[in-house]
Design a protein around this ligand. Structure first.
Ligand code: SF4
Length: 247
């Protein structure tokens, strides 16, 4: 049974969204409104192009040799992939049937009952925790962080491997107290394999302009190596080991 989904774009040789070389499907549509969104054109649920799961999996299979030698697989990212739950589940089922490692990259803004059946076919979750403070999360993304934190706890219960991502934005997400609180929360989770700091940069702002929107973080500087090191040291101080990489 093939299901149609709305897709923003595809990357056939991704190397940063999960282990090894990955085929990355960026789905169309996102319920968040992150001020630093570098894929502003993914928000509209009616945008992008329709693909069937069969079409995608036939294409993914061409890359199996690269995935096998590199320990890679398929990553479904966005936008927010869980906005199209039936499509996502079918895509992952078909990938698993072909022996392909699967990862889902999510903001966590999804109900547990919706994501639970999807998790049965998910080998790894890449979970963005955009802010640990509830109100600051809302200010940054337009929604509260309850669902994201609930999902983090649920993934632990199900013992599903997780990589946490944290976008470091000067003056917005680099507050010492917030990082300390995030570190404390992460220490309560036993299933986190990796924590990545993604230094904020404003390279996605041209997309906002192209679409005729004002960029909300105008004037906020990109995060420097120093900023990342500082944040990293706070995480480390509270017992959390960090991997730094480009956003
Ligand atoms: S969750 Fe991702 S795609 Fe959605 S608004 Fe935030 S940064 Fe953009």
């Amino acid at each position: 049974m093939s299901i149609k989904g709305r897709i923003h774009s595809i990357e056939t040789f991704g190397t940063v969204d999960g282990p090894g070389i990955r085929y990355i499907v960026f789905t169309q549509g996102c319920p968040l409104r992150c001020k630093y969104c570098h894929n502003r054109d993914t928000w509209d649920t009616q945008g992008g192009k329709e693909y069937t799961t069969n079409e995608l999996i036939d294409d993914v299979k061409k890359y199996i040799p690269f995935m096998k030698t590199s320990g890679g697989g398929l990553t479904v990212s966005g936008g927010e992939p869980t906005l199209q739950p039936e499509f996502l589940k079918r895509l992952l089922i078909e990938a698993k049937e072909s022996g392909i490692h699967t990862a889902v990259d999510t903001s966590g803004f999804v109900d547990i009952e919706v994501i639970d059946p999807i998790l049965d076919y998910t080998d790894l979750v890449l979970l963005d925790i955009k802010h640990i403070d509830r109100d600051s999360f809302k200010n940054l993304t337009g929604v509260y962080n309850d669902k994201t934190l609930n999902l983090a706890k649920h993934l632990e219960k199900r013992n599903i491997p997780v990589w946490i991502r944290y976008v470091l934005v000067p003056g917005v997400t680099d507050n010492k107290e917030d990082i300390k609180n995030l570190a404390k929360f992460l220490l309560t989770l036993g299933n986190v394999e990796k924590i990545e700091i993604l230094p904020y940069h404003s390279m996605g702002k041209f997309k906002w302009k192209e679409l005729g929107y004002d960029y909300p973080l105008k004037g906020i500087p990109d995060a420097t190596d120093e900023d990342v090191e500082k944040a990293s040291n706070i995480f480390k101080k509270y017992g959390v080991t960090i991997k730094e990489r480009n956003f």
